[in-house]
Design a protein around this ligand. Structure first.
Ligand code: ATP
Ligand code: MG
Length: 714
């Protein structure tokens, strides 16, 4: 296998000042995968990634797409100096970097006045959130301040620690794993200053509030409050410092994590809250809710003679009454009874121990997840663009940042993985469509014939999940609505009946034939674009229904805590219409996201996690090969290389190679395009090796370019 320095920045004698920015180390392997000679070889792709990673070169392009490998160490490459190095320079004249993408996107936004979106994807721990933060930091530090001062910039930056405290947790894969999807808009005025923002959040993993796997934690905020909260605050909330005292915090058996300093993080969060417009009352109300979740987890039940559950922890009820600002007797009754309305009459049916524990956990999850949504809304109010002169956002442009969970395959995959993987299918579909579309558009704009490219269109899998009536979500909803004996297994039966012939769906009966791996009862398998995933249907109906018993809802609607009274709206009690199921809500929010993204110019950052041990310097090839596959990188490269490996504006091409031809050296007075024609004729380019577009030269094979580069070196 032969590796070449990338065309730009090769050891040319006459290098321009910008190109001199590339050191020998920067040029290990190829900086752009399209220049790989053997571009269809996955091994060559991974070898290039590995060679660069060994030199701490974590960024490589596939055309305009940035591939990033998490270094798990501070490489000191995000300083103000680095930001400056990437400002106003052409993408290809400096080593690949996140800031090159940041700056290119920003310039497009300013000069073309077109909304932009940066899609950051990759599996858990691959570096999506870090990339998002670095991008925000880049804009906060390099963009001009708005006339409203730096307040917006501070708020944009400070919204992060707050959202992370409430939405991130330590998992086995990542000590700071985002347990929700995030789309953030940053709005710029006509001078290019950030003036506002807006956040959309997706599917918070609320089951974590009541259960964590071994080695994992609950959301950071609980530990931060216990570690860092002032004595007085904890006393008021009735909390002890020790996380071991709370059942909702002990399940993962790892309250302490060496990489996390909950105490100092608490200070950061506390300060951030005040920057994003939380006054002391708001903070008190918010912390009361956090504390109430911990107290709820410590509610115990005992069975009476009729096996009905009774609350045995009066002390906890006392605190809950105060913190939730609800009536204690009403809360106790709601935790141990279920209210049913039949033929206009209210009936109270006592719960057994298991049902009461279920009701308690459902309440904790509902309180936490609704508070999280409230928090996002509150942050949005603080970020909202409030200039009276532009009441309709006129004159502003928007840059969107998408930091959404990557494809997930666990030993045991449930409803959450089903939703997350569906989301990835959707984004992959968008990615392929838009990359193909933009390639095609560029060819058309340049007047070059477009040759169709074969690619895996995963629309068929998206349809399998989302189609009306026949899709998995529709069938699940139908089962959720069916009164009577619907269970997870009846859902599976119906699914098997309806979609059994689908090429991407494998049932129990067909498992061995189709994928040579048998399936357990209660499982189905989807052949995702990124690989096959076996889902267990256990809990699908329950999680999709996402119901809170009526009397718990009534209790919460009576809360006088100002945040909770917004979270639990009384209209919910009288509303006859059944709320959308969780999967349908998620589907609709994804449709909305796709629509938002379609209306913007996309840029892509594909993050790769180098090893499972969170260690610097370790490049686990098996793990990386898997990610290269499911991020669709080889496919992306194929699309990019379908026609031409390299394309450059005539001006840039001429500037770089003019020294190779006496007629263009030292200056060419005519049109750059004519200069390039003269130049390549002199170099002996054959007609099949290149095409001349309206503003760019397109070169089909890397070897042509490398030969030209070699000529420079002579
Ligand atoms: P999840 O899907 O679980 O939220 P993620 O893709 O958002 O994962 P991050 O939280 O961004 O992953 O990264 C995980 C950790 O890896 C970070 O906490 C940090 O320690 C390290 N890391 C990520 N990117 C970089 C980087 N560019 N430089 C140094 N360290 C990094
Ligand atoms: Mg993250």
């Amino acid at each position: 296998m032969r590796y070449r320095a990338s065309a730009l920045g090769s050891d040319g004698v006459r290098i321009t000042s910008m190109e001199s920015a590339l050191t020998a180390r920067d040029r290990v392997g190829v900086q752009d995968f399209v220049l790989l000679e053997n571009f269809t070889s996955e091994a060559a792709f991974i070898e290039n990634l590995k060679r660069r990673f060994r030199e701490n070169l974590i960024y490589t392009y596939i055309g305009p797409v940035l591939v990033s490998v998490n270094p798990y160490r501070d490489l000191q490459i995000y300083s103000r100096q680095h930001m400056e190095r990437y400002r106003g320079v052409s993408f290809y004249e400096v080593p690949p970097h996140l800031f090159a993408v940041a700056d290119t996107v920003y310039r497009a936004l300013r000069t073309e006045r077109r909304d932009q979106a940066v899609l950051i994807s990759g599996e858990s721990g691959a570096g999506k959130t870090e990339a998002t933060k670095r991008l925000l930091q880049f804009y906060a530090e390099t963009c001009p301040a708005s006339e409203r001062g730096g307040a917006v910039r501070d708020r944009l930056l400070q919204s992060n620690p707050v959202l992370e405290a409430f939405g991130n947790a330590k998992t086995l894969r990542n000590d700071n794993s985002s347990r929700f999807g995030k789309y953030m808009d940053v709005q710029f005025d006509f001078k290019g200053a950030p003036v506002g923002g807006h956040i959309l959040s997706y599917l918070l993993e609320k089951s974590r509030v009541v259960h964590q796997n071994h080695g994992e934690r609950n959301f950071h905020i609980f530990y931060q409050l216990l570690e860092g909260g002032e004595e007085e605050t904890l006393r008021r909330l009735g909390l002890e410092r020790n996380p071991q005292s709370y059942l909702y915090l002990v399940k993962g058996q790892c309250a302490k994590v060496t990489s996390i300093n909950d105490k100092s993080d608490w200070k950061v969060v506390r300060k951030a809250l005040s920057v994003i417009d939380f006054n002391e009352d708001d903070i008190e109300d918010l912390l009361s809710i956090v504390a109430s979740v911990l107290h709820l987890g410590n509610i115990h039940f005992a069975a009476d003679e009729q096996s009905n559950a009774q609350v045995t922890t009066e002390n906890q009820v006392k605190y809950l009454t105060r913190l939730l600002q609800v009536d204690g007797a009403m809360l106790k009754e709601a935790l141990t009874h279920r209210k049913i309305i039949a033929k206009g009459e209210e009936l109270l049916s006592p719960l057994n121990l298991e049902q009461a524990a279920y009701a308690r956990d459902a309440l904790a999850k509902a309180i936490y997840s609704r508070t999280f949504s409230w928090l996002v809304n509150k942050i949005n109010r603080s970020l909202a663009f409030k200039d009276p002169e532009f009441p309709n956002w006129r004159g502003t442009t928007v840059l969107g940042l998408v930091d959404i969970y990557g494809f997930e395959v666990f030993q045991h995959n449930s409803f959450e993985q089903f939703c997350i993987n569906y989301c990835n299918e959707k984004l992959q579909q968008l990615f392929i469509e838009l990359t193909l579309k933009s390639e095609q558009e560029e060819y058309e704009a340049e007047g070059i014939a477009w040759e169709p490219v074969a690619y895996l269109n995963n629309k068929i899998i998206c349809d399998l999940v989302e189609e009306k009536f026949k899709g998995i979500i529709s069938i699940l909803d139908e089962e959720c609505l069916r009164p009577g004996d619907a269970t997870d297994l009846t859902f599976l039966e119906k699914l098997e009946d309806t979609v059994k012939h689908h090429p991407h769906f494998v049932t129990h009966k067909l498992a061995d034939q189709r994928t040579r791996k048998s399936l357990g009862r209660g499982e189905f398998r989807l052949l995702h674009y990124a690989g096959e995933v076996t889902y267990s249907v256990t809990g699908f109906l329950d999680k999709n229904n996402d119901l809170l018993f009526r009397n718990l809802k009534e209790t919460m609607c009576s809360s006088e805590n100002p945040i909770l009274s917004q979270c639990f709206d009384r209209n919910e009690l009288t509303d006859k219409k059944r709320p959308e199921t969780a999967a349908t809500q998620f589907k609709m929010s994804l449709f909305q996201l796709v629509e938002i993204l379609m209306s913007k110019e996309p840029a892509y950052i594909r993050c790769i996690k180098p090893n499972d041990a969170k260690q610097p310097g370790r490049f686990d090839e098996v793990l990386i090969r898997h990610q290269v596959k499911y991020l669709g990188l080889m496919e992306n490269l194929r699309v990019r290389r379908a026609g031409f490996a390299y394309r450059r504006k005539y001006e840039n091409f001429l500037q770089r190679y003019k020294s190779l031809c006496p007629e263009t050296w030292p200056t060419w007075d005519g049109r750059p395009q004519d200069g390039v024609s003269v130049l390549i004729q002199h170099l002996g380019y054959k007609p099949e090796e290149y095409k001349l577009g309206k503003s760019k030269i397109f070169i089909r094979f890397p070897k042509t370019l490398f030969a030209t580069e070699d000529a420079l070196e002579v």
